[in-house]
Design a protein around this ligand. Sequence first.
Ligand SMILES: Cc1cc2nc3c(=O)[nH]c(=O)nc-3n(C[C@H](O)[C@H](O)[C@H](O)COP(=O)(O)OP(=O)(O)OC[C@H]3O[C@@H](n4cnc5c(N)ncnc54)[C@H](O)[C@@H]3O)c2cc1C
Length: 184
Amino acid sequence: MTDPLEGVDEVPVLVAGGGLVGLSTAMFLAQHGVASLAVEPLRGGSPLPRAALFHMRTQELFRAAGIEDEIRRQSLKEFEPEGAIVMVETLAARDVVGIIPSLNEGVDALSPCRRLFITQPGLEPILRARAERAGARVLEGTTVVGLGAVALAGEQHRAHFAIVTPPTVHQVDGDARAPRMPYS
Ligand SMILES: Cc1cc2nc3c(=O)[nH]c(=O)nc-3n(C[C@H](O)[C@H](O)[C@H](O)COP(=O)(O)OP(=O)(O)OC[C@H]3O[C@@H](n4cnc5c(N)ncnc54)[C@H](O)[C@@H]3O)c2cc1C
């Protein structure tokens, strides 16, 4: 069996989590010439749509990364462009309390970029491909279990990383959970 960790036994930055933030981190680091290894337990990413609305500043950063057009094309496959936003008090409410008729009302004066909707399963492969083109490595099926150690999920395999000290660890394994490993 090919060792998926071959050639990645030393990294300046270990990114724990290959979701939206982890892949963006790896992509932007790579563009600044900083190598990283993003480690993600899921193979092929999560199929759940989750985050959807992306604002102009995010698009400006994606434009600088050269992926704005690709993201816009994917967005058009998934959503109506310039969609409206309907506001209600609760999901069960009958009355609409407000409506923004166009997602991009008034933004032209502020930015060359426009807001758009795109799902995480639509966006993450674009971020990952760009990160890898820029030199980042993404390791799937792998869980960070501690600083300096990576265990391959589902395989009888443990590998230890010689991380350049002092290590820089970006914990981007979701925002709603307490850290589950001793980073400090
Ligand atoms: C049901 C739901 C609906 C949502 N709807 C919206 C919405 O409409 N709009 C919006 O803006 N946001 C929405 N969100 C929030 C949005 O999904 C998050 O803000 C976004 O995913 C955060 O990105 P992230 O990369 O930090 O986390 P995630 O996308 O959760 O990625 C974290 C990654 O870390 C990995 N991981 C976990 N532990 C480890 C470990 N030990 N080692 C390595 N990797 C690990 C996980 O497998 C995961 O892939 C929603 C979230 C949920 C759950």
